[in-house]
Structures are given as structure tokens and as C-alpha cells.
Design a binder for this molecule. Structure first.
Ligand code: DLL
Length: 431
């Protein structure tokens, strides 16, 4: 398997820790000297008190609300003259969060992307279509610069006009695709509808920006004849590129030379590898806006086993969802990804669904799931439809441990999006 930066990717664990400590000391001093939010937040702790990696627990965590309260540039550690780009994520409430990059940051980020792309087998012979929004979303330019860094041909198709996206793929001989997994499913569905699948020359798909299941991977790989890889990242830590699957497809490598990884429980205590918790990241190499112990809100776990690919960095299990996406319905925790996992295993229904949760006054929560039918395996008899509906409800009940009401709807009923899918409508918040 080819490496982009073998010196770093195969580093001995003890050397990684030494490098992390050196970088951590620098970053802590940098934010202490230049970001009032951190100088105040550190309390009595001084940069020189950080003498080993575990000392990080003495520093406070950073939350998304801290970024909002310091909107727009209050978290920057460099002068604005050194900032060459801004990105922002809109979020669901309040002000967006802004991230800044120096020229050095753009270089580091592009190299990180190149490392990931090389890892999955991409190179200068590839034609790589990037079908995401090229605006303030980091998945546009972030991925684009990585494509150019490995010398592949970038096709910055952006979003929209799905049929045209497919035509471009065919005409330009596109071999690699990047988009959200939900949009990839929609592209696949459209390709099937127009009988275009056989004309595609895709071999690799990189999908991320939202959770996706093993079944979605199977569906995309089988239909498109590709290898599909999970890509994880967040704007606050550059954007995409933070962690990526290698060709083993057994967890994502999270790059320890750039990020210090912790997984914390609800009380903020570190959990052991193999235990689930919230991913908390410290940026070790960012210049314009380094963050200390940033609470990503993402629920996952880390593993320390060796990967057969030879890379020594921490392995991150697929992110199952965000702490704030986790629904608590009648006291039971439900992740949208669990629902997706069940539906993808029932051939008669598709991968498109929408969950509406409501609570009638003084009553229990009700979870209503609208699920689209596919053309496969459904004979069209009404009684069959009712059987299928009950079957879906039963399968969901077994996995979620919860009774739900399933409504089967015609294909195409649930709105498609080219970005992150909106799968949950929680009406309880209105009470
Ligand atoms: O989504 C960056 C990105 C772009 C990643 C393209 C991968 C590909 P934000 O818009 O700031 O940045 O959203 C970050 O998206 O905290 C996760 O909740 C979620 N997320 C990102 N990648 C994955 C993934 C980009 N592979 C937030 N699996 C993160 C699950 C993901 N969730």
C-alpha cells in the first residue's frame, strides 16, 4: 500500500507521543499568549505546567458555544494579515461558527488530504469529481486542494442537477467520487433509473460529512462497482481529512501527528479504548485557530490495535452520530444510523426515510417513521403492503427496543438533498 508521508504514517508509537507532546506545548503556549478566551479559561494553569500528555486533562474543554460567543474572529491566534481563508458552518441555531486558515494551514490541510487519498489508492491517473457545495462548507475546497496535491484531475462539479453530474462522470471518465453518502445513494438511484450505471468508470468513492451504515457501503459498492471509504472531519479541525479509512476498511485512521485524541464520558472523564464516548480533539498543528480539547459532539470509540496496513495512528470506529442527534424516546437512546441499518436490510424498502417524533400533551413520545418503497420485490397487492409495513415495524422494534409507527410512502416522496440529509423532525421541542 502506498504512503504519502511514510515518515509520519508509520511512526513508532513512542515517537508519536513525543511529537505530540512537543506540539501540544507549542500550541498551549500559542493560545495562552494570543487568545484571551484561553488565557482566562486556563485559570491557574500556565503553559509550562504541561509536561506530559496527560496534563491536558488540566485544561478546560472548548465547546461550539464558545466559538459562537467569540464570533467571528475571537478565537484566532494569528493576526488577520496572516489569515488567507475563512470557512463557516451554519449550525442549526444561533450564529455560524467561523474558522480561519493561514497559508501554512492550507498547506498542512492539503497534505493531510493527500495522505488520505494516497492511502485509499488514488493518484495522478485519477479523475476525481467533488460533488459537494463549494461555498463556506469545508468539503468543497478542502477536498479539492487534496485532489490537486496528489496530481489527480479535479472536477469541481459542486451540487445540483444530478443527471448532469452523471453525464460529466461518463464524459470525463471520472474514476473517483466524493460526496455525502446520502447524495451518493441518490446519484446511484438516478444512474439506475437512466440506465447509466454500466457507462461509469468509477473505482473509488470517498464519502463523509454525515454518518452512514455498513449497508449503505454495500449498496454503493455493489451498484457502482467501487471501493467506498469513510471520511471524517469537522470545520473546527480544518474540515475533511481528520480521519479516513484505509483499504482494510476496519475503522478510520485518525492522524495523531495533527490531533490529540480523547474520548470522554458524560462527566468529562476519559474512557478506555473500546468504550464509547464523545470525541474530543486538540489541534496540534493549526496556526490561525488552534483549539484545545474541542468537544466534537460526535459519539464513537477508539482502538489501539495494529492495522495490517502498517499505519500506527489511532483507529477511530465509525462515528455513530452526534450526541445531540441521539434521540431519547421514552427514555431509550436511538441513533438515526440504527434505523438506517435496519431499513437497508429490507429489500422492499429504500434507504430514504424520515423520522418524526412528537409528544401529544401528557402522552408518551411517538416515533413515526416514513419509509420509501423501492421497485424491488413488491407485488402491488394491498395486503402485501400491510404485511410489509408490519414486518418493518417488527424489525425496528427488535433493534431499537421501541415501538414505532411506520408509514410506507412512494419512491421520491422524501425530499433529497445534495448535502447532509435531514432525517429527524423532532416536534417535541415545540412543547
Ligand atoms: O462535514 C467536514 C467534512 C466534509 C467531513 C466532507 C467529511 C467530508 P462540518 O460541516 O463542520 O464539517 O460538520 C462536522 O459532521 O462533527 C460530524 O458530526 C459529522 N461528520 C463528518 N464526517 C462524518 C463521518 C464537515 N464520516 C460534523 N461520519 C462532525 C459521521 C460525520 N459523521
Amino acid at each position: 500500500m502506498k504512503y504519502w508521508q511514510p515518515k509520519y504514517e508509520k511512526m513508532h508509537r513512542s515517537d508519536i507521543r513525543a511529537l505530540q507532546l512537543k506540539r501540544l506545548k507549542n500550541v498551549v503556549k500559542n493560545v495562552y499568549d494570543h487568545v484571551p478566551f484561553y488565557r482566562q479559561g486556563f485559570g491557574n494553569v500556565r503553559p509550562q505546567d504541561i509536561t506530559d500528555l496527560e496534563d491536558i486533562a488540566r485544561l478546560p474543554t472548548t465547546k461550539k458555544t464558545d466559538l459562537r460567543e467569540n464570533y467571528p474572529f475571537g478565537m484566532f491566534a494569528t493576526s488577520m494579515r496572516d489569515v488567507v481563508r475563512l470557512h463557516a458552518s451554519s449550525g442549526t441555531s444561533g450564529k455560524s461558527t467561523v474558522v480561519g486558515y493561514t497559508a501554512g494551514d492550507i498547506g498542512t490541510w492539503s497534505d493531510l488530504m493527500a495522505r488520505n487519498f494516497t492511502m485509499v489508492g488514488l493518484g495522478p491517473d485519477d479523475v476525481f469529481q467533488n460533488a459537494v457545495n463549494y461555498g463556506l462548507f469545508t468539503g468543497g475546497l478542502g477536498i479539492h486542494f487534496g485532489i490537486e496535491r496528489i496530481g489527480a484531475i479535479a472536477v469541481p462539479s459542486g451540487t445540483g442537477n444530478t443527471k448532469h453530474q452523471l453525464e460529466m462522470m461518463i464524459d470525463f471518465g471520472v474514476t473517483a467520487l466524493h460526496c455525502t453518502p446520502s447524495y451518493a445513494l441518490y446519484l446511484t438511484e438516478t444512474a439506475r433509473e437512466h440506465d447509466l450505471v454500466d457507462l461509469l468508470s468509477l473505482r473509488i468513492g470517498c464519502f463523509g460529512a454525515e454518518p452512514w451504515s455498513a449497508n449503505t457501503r454495500r449498496e454503493l459498492e455493489e451498484t457502482l462497482g467501487i471501493n467506498a471509504y469513510d471520511s471524517y472531519g469537522l470545520s473546527e479541525m480544518f474540515g475533511p481529512g481528520v480521519a479516513f479509512e484505509c483499504q482494510e476498511k476496519d475503522g478510520l485512521h485518525i492522524w495523531d501527528d495533527h490531533f490529540l485524541v480523547e474520548v470522554l464520558d458524560r462527566d468529562g472523564e476519559v474512557v478506555a479504548p473500546g468504550e464509547r464516548g464523545e470525541l474530543v480533539l486538540t489541534s496540534l498543528t493549526k496556526e490561525a485557530m488552534p483549539l484545545i480539547r474541542y468537544r466534537t459532539g460526535d459519539i464513537t470509540m477508539i482502538r489501539e490495535d495494529e492495522c495490517p496496513c502498517g499505519r500506527t495512528h489511532t483507529i477511530l470506529e465509525k462515528v455513530v452520530g452526534r450526541a445531540d442527534d441521539m434521540l431519547i424516546v421514552r427514555g431509550i437512546n436511538v441513533f438515526p444510523s440504527q434505523i438506517e441499518g435496519v431499513l437497508m436490510n429490507i429489500p422492499e424498502v429504500g434507504d430514504q426515510f424520515q423520522v418524526v417524533i412528537d409528544r401529544k400533551r401528557h402522552k408518551l413520545d411517538e416515533m413515526h417513521i416514513r419509509v420509501e418503497l423501492t421497485d424491488r420485490g413488491f407485488t402491488g397487492e394491498l395486503k402485501d403492503l400491510e404485511n410489509l409495513r408490519c414486518n418493518v415495524e417488527e424489525k425496528l422494534r427488535t433493534v431499537l427496543n421501541l415501538r414505532t409507527v411506520v408509514e410506507l410512502v412512494e419512491r421520491g416522496t422524501i425530499p433529497r438533498t445534495a448535502g447532509k440529509a435531514r432525517r429527524i423532525i423532532d416536534l417535541r421541542k415545540e412543547w
